[in-house]
Design a protein around this ligand. Structure first.
Ligand SMILES: [Zn+2]
Length: 337
C-alpha cells in the first residue's frame, strides 16, 4: 500500500480544525483497492460575492514540495485563527480555499501523471493555437509517454473535475478572485506564470496582472520571482487554468497564477539529487527543504492581502489603459529578448 505522508498531515489538520474549516470531499480516486480522498478546505466568508483566493498543489505527483508549502501554511493559519485578530478581520470579508493534494495517486506512486497515466495539466478541453513543444505540449499517443492528455472525446479526469468544481463554486462566483497553483521543476529561478499556456496572445486581464506585479515589486522589493506569461516558455494543450480562466463571466475578475519553483537550483547545490527522479522536483536536503517551505510564505500572505484590499490596487479607467500598455511593453513586444 503506498503511504502518503502529506495526506496524513492534511487529515490531521482537518481533524484538529473542527468547525473552523469547512472541509469538502469531492469524491476519491482508487489505486490497488486503496481509496484516496480529494479534499478542499475553506475558511472565511460564505458569501458568494466575497473576494476569494484559492491555493492549489499536487497536480503533478513528483512536485510534492508545493503540497508541503500549503500544508505548512495551513498549519500556521490554524494556530493563528484563535489569536490573530487581523486574520479574523480578513476572514470576515474574504474566503480562502485550499486544495493541497490534487493528484494523490501520482504523489503516492512518485510520478507526474495521475493513476490513469494522464498529465492533469494537459487534460482540459482546450487546444493550443499553434505549434507546441514536442510531447511536453501534451499529446494523445498514450500513457507510455509523459505529458499524455488523455484520449480524445473523453471527460476530464476525476481529479480535474474536482478541481474545476471547487474553482466554480468558491472562486468564479466572486467578483474578484485569485488562485495560486504550486509546481516545481522548471529552471534555475522561481517563476510566477499567468495565462495563457495555449496561446502567445495576451489575456484580457493583462492590466490587472501588471498592476498586481507592480504592487508586489513595490511591497517586496527583493522578491526572487520572475513574473511572466506561461506561453513565453512553451505552449501547451489542455492547461486547466487556461480553461477555467475562459469560463469566467465578463463582469468578474479571476487571476490564476502558477508558482513554478526553480528546482535546478537545488540540484546545482546537491548534484546527487540527479540520481533520484523525485530529486529533480523536490529539495532532498532537509535544511534546503525547510528553507523552501518558509521562503514562499510572504508570497502567500501578499496574495491574501491583495485579495482583501483589491479595491486599493485594481486599475480603473485611464489607469487600466496605462497598465495594459506597460504590460504589452514588458511581456509582448516582439523585439524584446
Ligand atoms: Zn507541475
Amino acid at each position: 500500500m503506498p503511504y502518503l505522508p502529506e495526506l496524513a498531515a492534511l487529515e490531521k489538520i482537518i481533524a484538529q480544525a473542527g468547525s473552523q474549516i469547512r472541509t469538502q470531499q469531492h469524491g476519491s480516486v482508487a489505486h490497488c483497492g486503496q481509496q484516496f480522498p480529494l479534499y478542499s478546505l475553506c475558511l472565511g466568508s460564505t458569501d458568494p460575492d466575497a473576494p476569494s483566493i484559492g491555493f492549489f498543489a499536487g497536480v503533478h505527483g513528483l512536485e510534492r514540495i508545493g503540497s508541503q508549502i500549503l500544508i505548512a501554511f495551513l498549519q500556521g493559519l490554524l494556530q493563528r485563527l484563535s489569536w490573530d485578530r487581523s486574520l479574523q478581520f480578513q476572514l470576515q470579508t474574504i474566503r480562502m480555499v485550499f486544495m493541497p493534494i490534487i493528484n494523490p495517486i501520482g504523489m503516492a506512486l512518485h510520478r507526474r501523471a495521475n493513476g490513469n497515466g494522464v498529465d492533469l495539466m494537459r487534460n482540459a478541453p482546450i487546444d493550443a493555437d499553434g505549434k507546441t513543444a514536442f510531447l511536453v505540449g501534451g499529446h494523445r499517443h498514450g500513457t507510455h509517454l509523459p505529458w499524455f492528455r488523455g484520449h480524445a472525446n473523453t471527460e476530464m479526469e476525476v481529479e480535474n473535475q474536482a478541481l474545476c468544481a471547487v474553482v466554480n463554486e468558491q472562486l468564479l462566483s466572486s467578483p474578484v478572485s485569485l488562485a495560486l497553483d504550486c509546481h516545481s521543476g522548471f529552471g534555475l529561478r522561481d517563476r510566477i506564470w499567468f495565462p495563457y499556456a495555449y496561446t502567445q496572445q495576451p489575456m484580457p486581464h493583462l492590466a490587472e496582472i501588471h498592476a498586481l506585479k507592480q504592487l508586489f515589486d513595490r511591497s517586496h522589493p527583493h522578491h526572487p520571482y520572475v513574473i511572466e506569461p506561461q506561453a513565453k516558455h512553451y505552449r501547451t494543450h489542455g492547461d486547466v487554468w487556461d480553461y477555467l480562466h475562459r469560463q469566467q463571466a465578463a463582469n468578474k475578475l479571476f487571476l490564476p497564477l502558477t508558482l513554478e519553483l526553480g528546482s535546478w537550483l537545488w540540484i546545482k547545490k546537491n548534484p546527487r539529487q540527479l540520481l533520484s527522479i523525485l530529486g529533480l522536483f523536490h529539495p532532498m536536503v532537509p535544511h534546503r527543504q525547510q528553507r523552501v517551505l518558509r521562503s514562499h510564505l510572504p508570497l502567500l500572505e501578499f496574495l491574501i492581502r491583495a485579495t482583501h484590499d483589491h479595491a486599493s490596487w485594481r486599475p480603473t479607467a485611464i489607469a487600466r489603459l496605462t497598465q495594459h500598455h506597460a504590460a504589452i511593453e514588458l511581456w509582448y513586444r516582439k523585439d524584446r529578448p
